[in-house]
Design a binder for this molecule. Structure first.
Ligand SMILES: [Zn+2]
Length: 462
């Protein structure tokens, strides 16, 4: 890691949002003192102490860093691939990521990961959970290590959701084109155990976590092994994550093959609980919402990707009302064209109001989902909110720009106005990771050149 924690005093912000709910959602225009990587004090007119770095926040609003709970970083070199622009999920999988998977060299993977993490940081994210599934029998497992390495380079809090497939994946539409062969359960578990031993930290403010995350429970492995995997995960005290009910095709497949709804299927295979969260959950019956709520199973809501692929709109207001833990994820940028959490929160705020009326979401709801909600599904209880004692993961948005002049309530600017908005400073565990709008340690000219070369390489399969 390139920098060290600093003692910092953030002075005179225009507003501070806490990530909490109700009256506690706003802390007012308070100063924030950071010491030993934590929020030490919040209050008006705090006096500087010797050795503190003073950050003038007088043009800024302060948020907890966004917590992105579902991503596929390798896709950062697959934005706006022409063949996939007008496809649904199945057509897009078959024409955009799957045919290009064999072309991903370790160098391209690293470039994609660096680009993705830089974009996330510049949108105000401070924690990323990446669902990484590029594993196959006979192939290397180093890409998981590489992702931890890149997260360390940028100082980002990182959760590796170790994906992959066990069954002959020919039943997964498009997967047969990938040339990736599924692993055995033993191979998958051996790598997860290795990753756990090397990187995993149980602490509520962990910088590194490992999660057990087969790519899709109904396609990626035989049902009996799904149970074995769940038991192994719980035996290792690792959380569990996977895709579920992204499209109506998915629900149809589950009904035809297993004669049940997807949430019923995962329930039968021990894949519900407060240690599980699912990406998407777009198509749900009321009985499934009740099952998710009763078990404390969470969602990574990905509204931009769901819109982009025409998958539908997840019933998130209903999930939240039922008590399901809600978080937000950008999903892969090959089905988003952006890895911005600010774009995601803006869409989440709008899309449910469009579908269900003006009472469906508030800006404060969405901030809560994308901060404290993310921390909850990841089990990182000491991040995601701005309160004394919490880890110092926070973002200063600079709103000194004509776009934001005229705001009566500038505190809500990133959610209600969306992008562009500038992250002037971002701090993770007391380390400054974005300084004056620049990602520390990132050479923009060189990442641009690497990305251009990567796009050229990945066009080779067209
Ligand atoms: Zn995904």
């Amino acid at each position: 890691m390139h920098n060290t924690p600093q003692d910092i005093l953030i002075r005179r912000p225009l507003a501070v949002m806490t990530g909490l709910r109700g009256d506690a959602a706003r802390a007012g225009a308070v100063d924030i003192r950071i010491a030993d990587g934590r929020i030490a004090e919040m209050g008006p007119d705090l006096m500087p102490r010797p050795g503190e770095r003073i950050v003038d926040a007088s043009d800024c609003i302060v948020y907890p860093g966004w917590i992105n709970t579902h991503h596929h970083l390798f896709q950062n070199l697959l934005k706006a691939v022409p063949e996939g622009m007008n496809q649904d999920l199945q057509g897009w999988l078959a024409s955009v990521p799957y045919p290009r998977l064999p072309l991903f060299t370790p160098e391209l993977m690293r470039t994609a990961a660096r680009l993705g993490m830089a974009e996330l940081l510049l949108s105000g994210a401070t924690t990323c959970a990446d669902h990484h599934y590029l594993y196959h029998a006979g192939g290397g497992t180093e890409s998981g290590d590489m992702l931890f390495d890149v997260a360390d380079e940028f100082g980002m809090r990182f959760v590796l959701c170790r994906g992959g497939a066990i069954e002959s994946a020919s039943s997964h539409p498009g997967f047969s084109k990938t040339a990736l062969q599924p692993e055995t359960l033993d191979q998958m578990l051996a790598d997860i155990e290795r990753l756990k031993h090397r990187y995993h930290d149980d602490a509520p403010d962990a910088m590194r976590r490992v999660v057990v995350a087969p790519t899709t429970p109904t396609f990626s492995l035989p049902p009996a092994l799904l149970v074995e995997l769940a038991r192994a995960a719980r035996g290792m005290r690792l959380r569990m994550h996977t895709h579920l009910s992204e499209t109506d095709n998915y629900v149809r497949f589950c009904r035809e093959k297993y004669n049940c709804l997807p949430v019923e299927f995962v329930a039968e295979h021990e894949w519900l609980g407060p240690d599980v969260w699912f990406a998407h959950l777009v198509h749900l019956q009321p009985s499934e919402i009740r099952m998710l709520a009763q078990t404390g199973s969470g969602i990574a809501h990905c509204p931009v990707s769901n819109s982009r692929l025409g998958s539908g709109i997840a019933p998130v207001p209903q999930l939240a009302a039922a008590g399901v833990p809600v978080s937000l994820g950008v999903d892969g940028v090959a089905s988003n064209e952006s890895g911005s959490m600010t774009g995601e929160v803006n869409t989440a705020w709008l899309i449910h109001r469009a579908a269900q009326g003006a009472g469906a979401t508030t800006a404060e709801d969405v901030i809560h989902w994308a901060t404290a909600g993310g921390a909850r599904v990841l089990g990182l209880s000491e991040v995601g909110t701005l309160q004394v004692g919490q880890a110092a993961d926070l973002v200063l948005y600079d709103i000194n720009h004509p776009r934001f002049y005229g705001f009566h309530d500038p505190a809500l600017a990133p959610v209600v106005a969306g992008e562009p908005i500038t992250v002037r400073t971002s701090i993770i565990g007391g380390r400054v990771v974005v300084d004056e709008g620049v990602v520390c340690g990132l050479d923009v000219a060189s990442i641009r050149a690497e990305a251009s070369r990567g796009v050229a390489d990945l066009m080779a399969c067209a």
